[in-house]
Design a protein around this ligand. Structure first.
Ligand SMILES: Cc1ncc(COP(=O)(O)O)c(C=O)c1O
Ligand SMILES: [Zn+2]
Length: 437
């Protein structure tokens, strides 16, 4: 018999599940120990990877040999996951002038993903393709907004019926997009924890597959290709990785990607993870600070608070019950990383600054990431000579009210006498001053 392209292996007991068809039949758990956490491994030849990296990809399917799909004909793509890593010099200059640091700062432009403009597009593309391969007809997922929208779009393209559970405070625009694609939206009266609970009950009641969250091997496999892309574009792994965190698929997937390719890149290491949360929903930061004060006692990763009904202005990041903290905190500790909070009141100021300096309009969760860069500098978490990568996870497409908050140059006029020409550079100081404490 021909060797399978890939298989899933339980992270707890090493049980092997031959493919996603079986994995779905097992209800996405290990039949031997009951764990939900399996990882995908490949029989593909990794010597090909550096050659593949020399290409100019349209999307992350360039890494087909290292993605869990057997037949290329099942690929559902809208050109996602081959987005640029851009050098953002204005942030380098700031670090030099204010902290004397010579660093490289890059932004990984997930807002340019052509599916829905967030870093959830790759997972949705892979999920839709796998569902097509196995004839999955119904699926359900709970999400704070971006996964919801991405799955809403890609699963529609694959003709999979998606029931999507969003919390009460999710952005109206997320709901609108999913609904417009024709997928079913359930806006749950309650927070994300409640939405997840009802989605799980729905999945059980109707025997419908459900996304298993941040350790979902589909999401992890899609996102691990970030590592391949950084190697392709930067030629190295960044020293520091900054991301707004809610559940934490990012660091989990990066770690998986690094472990997967050690045979050909033996010196490759995880970057120092700097994870950012808004101050109105910061359970991971609270847990981390407590652990740090106590010098990281044995089992520190299992001690975290739950914030009921978090009232953050960034609904995408409103995970009040950070169930994946135990996994993420360990990864962060291993690389000497940290969790930092940002001041939500300044969210729009950070977005305005980027819009001015780069002419890039970011979404609110991405503004949290940018704020995290400034926090990291303030806390001394970035060292001289380092390469920093900011994972800007979303564009602003689904947060129109956020863009509206960025209006600051308008004047209401009724006669020509009230209109004068302006000099754009005069706004610069005002924008930089706004992000200072
Ligand atoms: C733009 C953006 N940034 C950050 C996050 C947090 O990602 P994770 O839940 O994988 O931690 C999300 C999640 O929805 C997001 O959409
Ligand atoms: Zn197991």
């Amino acid at each position: 018999m021909k060797e399978n392209k890939y298989y899933l292996k339980c992270t707890k007991c090493d049980y092997i599940t031959p493919d996603f068809g079986e994995w779905f039949k097992q209800n996405q758990i290990c039949p031997q120990c009951g764990s939900k956490h399996s990882e995908v491994w490949y029989n593909s030849d990794y010597k090909e990877l550096p050659l593949i990296m020399k290409g100019h990809p349209e999307n992350f399917w360039q890494y087909f040999y290292y993605l869990p799909l057997n037949n290329r004909e099942n690929i559902i793509t809208r050109n996602e996951g081959a987005i640029p890593v851009q050098r953002w010099k204005f942030l380098e200059d700031f670090a030099k002038e204010n902290y004397g640091l010579e660093i490289e700062v890059h932004a990984y432009r997930n807002d340019l993903n052509r599916g829905t403009g967030t870093f959830k597009d790759v997972a949705a593309s892979l999920a839709a393709s796998i569902f097509k391969e196995y004839g999955v007809e119904q699926y359900c997922v709970a999400s704070t907004g971006n996964t919801a929208t991405a799955y809403g779009r890609y699963l529609s393209i694959a003709n999979v019926n998606a029931s999507i559970f969003i919390p009460e405070n999710a952005l109206k625009a997320s709901e609108a997009f999913i609904s417009a694609y024709g997928q079913q939206v359930f806006r749950v009266k309650g927070d994300y924890t409640e939405a997840k609970k009802i989605a799980a009950e729905f999945s059980k009641k109707y025997n419908i597959l459900i996304s298993s969250g941040n350790i979902d091997p589909i999401r992890v496999e899609a996102k691990k290709t970030m590592v391949f892309e950084w190697l392709r574009q930067l030629g190295k792994m960044p020293d520091v990785y900054i991301q707004a965190i809610s559940g934490g698929t990012g660091p989990i997937a990066i770690d998986k990607g690094v472990r997967e390719i050690t045979s050909i890149f033996p010196d490759l290491k995880n970057p120092r993870f700097i994870m950012i949360q808004p101050d109105k929903c910061d359970p991971m930061v609270q847990a981390w600070e407590k652990a740090e004060k106590a010098n990281f006692p044995e089992g520190f990763e299992n001690d975290y608070p739950v914030i009921e009904n978090p009232q953050t202005a960034v609904p995408t990041l409103a995970t009040g019950n950070p169930a994946t903290y135990p996994i993420v905190a360990k990864l962060v500790k291993d690389v000497n990383g940290t969790f930092l909070r940002m001041n939500e009141d300044k969210l729009v100021d950070y977005a305005k600054l980027v819009a001015f300096e780069r002419k890039v309009i970011l979404g609110p969760a991405s503004a949290v990431c940018i704020a995290g860069f400034f926090e990291a500098l303030k806390k001394g978490s970035i060292n001289n000579g380092e390469t920093v990568l900011l994972n800007t996870g979303e564009g602003v497409r689904r947060a129109p009210e956020f863009v509206e908050q960025m209006i600051y140059t308008s004047k209401e006029v009724s006669t020509i006498d009230e209109c004068q020409p302006h000099k754009i550079d005069e706004y610069r100081q005002q924008l930089w001053d706004a992000i200072k404490d």
